[in-house]
Design a protein around this ligand. Structure first.
Ligand SMILES: Nc1nc2c(ncn2[C@@H]2O[C@H](COP(=O)(O)OP(=O)(O)OP(=O)(O)O)[C@@H](O)[C@H]2O)c(=O)[nH]1
Ligand SMILES: [Mg+2]
Length: 321
């Protein structure tokens, strides 16, 4: 049995192994998760979360590592959560990233965790937020969330953050790809990485043009900046941090932070509730109430909609238990 209160105490004191074990509970949707989340709740809500997304190979992991360095220079305690929604196993594609993060491995104020979420019961909507809560309670002031790839679920994870960074690189036809995947809409800060390569300025121009094509913005609306970086050499990352801080200040000033966090919590609650309902419905095979309703519908005494209403009402009343 896991001693959840002890684990939470240790995580709050910054013990990396306790943090890792709590995130494993999330990853495995373990039964102790409920108790862990209840114990963690009072210590959350302080961390600022940044989601990074972009095409494979654009430099997300390199940029994340360089961003950790930039934030550490400011004395911040940093968490990194690498999410792989396409894999059912920890490791895999994330293994190389761990190597890339090696320079931070001995820093006690840097927490790096990876999480695989494919096939996660109830979907992704609650896995990343719960892992974030663990890092938040462990005292991380900034949490960088990196996703592998740019599928729909990856984009959703990145968009759950307080600030979303979209990375592009010269060439690669990235501008067009980005528009297709709908990631231009979710970017609060754009980074054109690999600026040491030919075509970086053209990519910045193209991107600026595409962003300008969006709806007319009011003076109070946030205008996503475009920052050029050479992440492999750590160049431009201080400017990225500056852009992130500006966005954070903007959100705080206009109430956007509260709105985003409430939206994230709402998605999370909905996902947990739907998963709970789904598992109750799953338990109904062979259920007497369902059998009785089926008998009436089959005999023409009740229509299937009425029967479904009765069934759902029974579930939410807790009568199905
Ligand atoms: N020339 C150049 N190469 C870079 C730069 N940043 C990263 N790279 C290289 O690009 C490759 C991919 O970088 P990653 O950081 O792994 O990219 P990623 O977006 O995390 O990749 P996935 O996780 O596989 O989607 C590596 O070989 C990096 O060394 C840069 O600024 N300039
Ligand atoms: Mg990566």
């Amino acid at each position: 049995m896991t001693d959840v209160p002890a684990l939470v105490e240790q995580a709050r004191a910054g013990h990396p192994r306790a943090v890792a074990r709590l995130i494993s509970l999330v990853e495995n949707a373990a039964p102790e998760l409920r108790e862990a989340m209840a114990a963690l709740a009072p210590y959350t809500g302080r961390a600022y979360t940044v989601g990074l997304t972009g095409s494979p190979g654009v430099g997300k992991s390199t940029s994340t590592s360089a961003l950790v360095t930039a934030y550490r220079r400011l004395g911040r305690r940093v968490g990194v959560l690498a999410v792989d929604p396409s894999s059912p196993f920890s490791g895999g594609a994330l293994l190389g990233d761990r190597v890339r993060m090696q320079e931070h491995a001995t820093d006690p104020d840097v927490f790096i965790r990876s999480m695989a979420t494919r096939g996660h019961l109830g979907g992704l909507s609650w896995a990343a937020p719960q892992a974030l809560r663990v890092l938040d309670a462990a005292g991380c002031e900034v949490i960088l969330v990196e996703t592998v790839g740019v599928g729909q679920s990856e984009v959703e994870v990145a968009a759950q953050a307080d600030t979303t960074v979209v990375l592009l690189a010269p060439g690669m036809g990235d501008g067009i790809q980005a528009a297709k995947a709908g990631i231009l809409e979710i970017g609060d800060v754009f980074v054109v990485n690999k600026a040491d390569r030919e075509g970086a300025d053209a990519t910045v121009r193209e991107l600026g043009h595409m962003l300008g094509l969006g709806q007319a913005r009011g003076p109070e609306d946030w205008r996503p900046p475009i920052v050029k970086t050479v992440a492999a050499r750590g160049e431009g990352l201080d400017e990225v941090v500056e852009a992130l801080e500006k966005h954070r200040a903007h959100l705080a000033e206009h109430g956007g932070l509260t709105v985003r966090r409430r939206r994230r919590a709402a998605q999370e609650i909905e996902a947990i509730a739907l998963a709970a309902l789904r598992s109750r419905i799953g338990d109904l095979h062979g259920d007497r109430h369902l059998d009785a309703l089926a008998e009436r519908v089959a005999a023409g005494g009740l229509d299937p909609y009425g029967a479904a209403d009765e069934l759902v009402a029974g579930l939410t009343d807790g009568q199905a238990d």
